[in-house]
Design a protein around this ligand. Structure first.
Ligand code: ACO
Length: 319
């Protein structure tokens, strides 16, 4: 059987930080409310001119360095994003050009906050089918551009950033299994209901969300899809060194940890500093924990995410 491991990780954050106190100046909110309901303290926001592909390329370069391979060795390049640079071509093609490579397979995946898991699972299947030795999977967002900064219910939640992994064929098991789901009956629960029509975005270019419904849905499916990954590998949650979930908010993370029966000390939590960076959040959290020394080679990691669509997924891997 073909084995696939993460040979390198990387991430990127735009330099400008927007604190909760900054948001108090714009909308009727408070640092205390945001921290209590979401755990978020600050988020990074891309200035005008910084595109999703810029963050993606920076994260990709860091992941390639960590993997010790050249960009020209990449056979497959996937960018998961909800905020592409353009309607077309794909951000993956733009990143490919910025990395100075051409010829490899490159495309975007749109599964909102589950996008990185969809990218990982897609790359895994390409690699198992043969013909791809190294895959670059990137989650990248300039999600704050979808926010109505006058809507306190949504503008406090999100941030911008990117995370990337290089997947490489390996002798030893790395990625053990990946599990994806979607249910399009919940489109209206979380969406940006806009399409381009004659030069205008109709009917709305902003995030619409039923926060409480999202919360209930998220904790249920994250628990289910994590159990699915554990069962597929005949593995107990006790064997997992780190749960690395989509960073929506700390209350969702705590509820998920409680339902799964994993100590919160073994959950990677980056949402206080990054906010919810959608498709970037899982690889950004992974890279943060790799670089600060929490995640070590040989450890068992359970990655999971849920997002608009609704979509949800998980992956179990030996790092
Ligand atoms: N500051 C102050 N007050 C606020 C704010 C704010 N930023 N936002 C909402 N409120 C108010 C509401 O207007 C409401 O006031 P009212 O009682 O006078 O009507 C009150 O706070 C309570 O509002 P609720 O929506 O009931 O607050 P809730 O406790 O549900 O918290 C939250 C809202 C944080 C959005 C919560 O529902 C949640 O975490 N949902 C998950 C949503 C999420 O994470 N989405 C991310 C995208 S999805 C994903 O990544 C999986």
């Amino acid at each position: 059987m073909t084995h696939i491991r993460i040979s390198g990780t990387g991430s990127a954050l735009p330099p400008r930080i927007v604190s909760n106190h900054d948001l108090e100046q714009r909308v009727n909110t408070s640092d205390a409310w945001i921290r209590e309901r979401t755990g978020i303290e600050q988020r990074h926001v891309a200035d005008e001119g910084i595109m999703t592909s810029d963050l993606a390329t920076q994260a990709a370069r860091a992941a390639l360095d960590a993997a010790g391979i050249a960009a020209s060795d990449v056979d497959l390049l996937i960018v998961a994003t909800t905020t592409p640079d353009m309607v077309f071509p794909s951000t993956a093609c733009i990143v490919q050009a910025k990395l100075g490579i051409g010829g490899c397979i490159a495309f975007d995946i749109q599964a909102v906050c589950t996008g990185f898991l969809y990218g990982l699972a897609t790359a895994e299947r390409f690699m198992r089918a043969g013909g791809v030795r190294h895959a670059l999977v990137i989650g990248a967002e300039t999600f704050t551009r979808l926010l109505d900064w006058n809507d306190r219910g949504t503008c406090v939640l999100f941030g911008d950033g990117a995370g990337a992994v290089v997947l490489s064929l390996a002798d030893q098991p790395g990625l053990l299994s990946s599990h994806l789901h979607a249910d399009g009956h919940h489109v209206g629960m979380l969406c940006v209901p806009g399409h381009v029509d004659g030069g205008r975005i109709q009917p709305s270019p902003f995030v619409h969300m039923d926060g409480q419904a999202v919360f209930k849905f998220a904790v249920r499916v994250l628990d289910e899809v994590c159990r699915e990954a554990l069962a597929a590998n005949d593995c107990s949650i006790d064997a997992v060194d780190w749960l690395i979930p989509h960073q929506a908010n700390t209350r969702i993370l705590s509820s998920t940890a409680r339902r799964l029966g994993i100590d919160e000390q073994r959950v990677v939590v980056t949402v206080p500093k990054h906010g919810n960076t959608s498709a970037a959040s899982v690889p950004l959290a992974l890279d943060t924990a790799v670089r600060d020394g929490r995640v070590q080679r040989g450890q068992l990691l359970l990655l999971t995410a849920v997002g608009g669509g609704f979509t949800w997924g998980s992956a179990l891997l030996r790092f």
